[in-house]
Design a protein around this ligand. Sequence first.
Ligand code: CUA
Length: 323
Amino acid sequence: MNPLFSLLAPTNKGLWLPTAATREAGRTDTLFYFILGLSIFFFVLVVGATLLFAIKYRRRSAGQKTADIEGHRRLEIIWAVIPAALLVLIFAWGFTDYMGSTVPPGDALEVRVTAQKWSWSFDYPRDGINTTELVVPVGRPVKLVMSSMDVIHSFYVPAFRLKRDVLPNRYSLLWFQAEETGEFDVLCAEYCGTNHSRMLAKVKVLSEQKYQEWIDSGGGMSGKGMSSVEFGKLLFKGQGCTACHTVDGSRLTGPSLLGRFGAMETLADGSQVKIDDNYVRESITQPNAKVAQGYEPVMPTYAGRLKEGQLNALIDYIKSLGK
Ligand code: CUA
């Protein structure tokens, strides 16, 4: 494709608006382009008239006098009434679309969204699934019930033209109906601390059949047919551990886990503790009980979010990273 054209094409990388993957996104874009067109029209009109009059009525000789103009009632009424009518139109149009996108249909599939520094997690209460990727079927309304475990975050999916604050003390709602399958970015749109820019996730829109298969597989998190270490690795990524911990020795918000199992850890008070099964387990379920020296006690608890088998798999994976 011509590079200039690909820059303007509606993809997630171009200059233009990203793909509109829901019907509501299409409606939002239509209103956006209407306002943009209107703004361009009036910009050209006003700037054009300014330039034209500046040239036409420029001073041509010293001592030149302009006519004494009092006003023009009819013109003034016209240029007040037309913009006012346009503003009322934009308001009514925007309000209709806003209400349509705010009130979810009664039969919507419900997913709970939990934000915490610095990851997203998604619960499917009917199917007992907890993931860090939002997986939804195409062509069905989905309702998100969102809350935060700590500070204010904001759930943002550019391809759906959806953004709403996620608060610690109440639920906020959103709904959408995806019209095409694919993978779309989820971002946090409210500055929430050090790793705000890394607080990313994906929305996966699947066909109804693929979605059912995904539900039947326990959201791909049952660990069926894999070794405990493989399952642990999947969870390590899937549960968002990678936002704060590397496995290559480099330091993020939390310590790297490379070659740590079996070693001694120095805690904030200078005491030492051996990194064994019990210490790793406690660090996942009560992260701030024994914090390693030089690190902030900022890790959220995973107690209640991980099942017994998942905890064991994570410990096995960390063990496999060597001494
Ligand atoms: Cu969460 Cu920014």
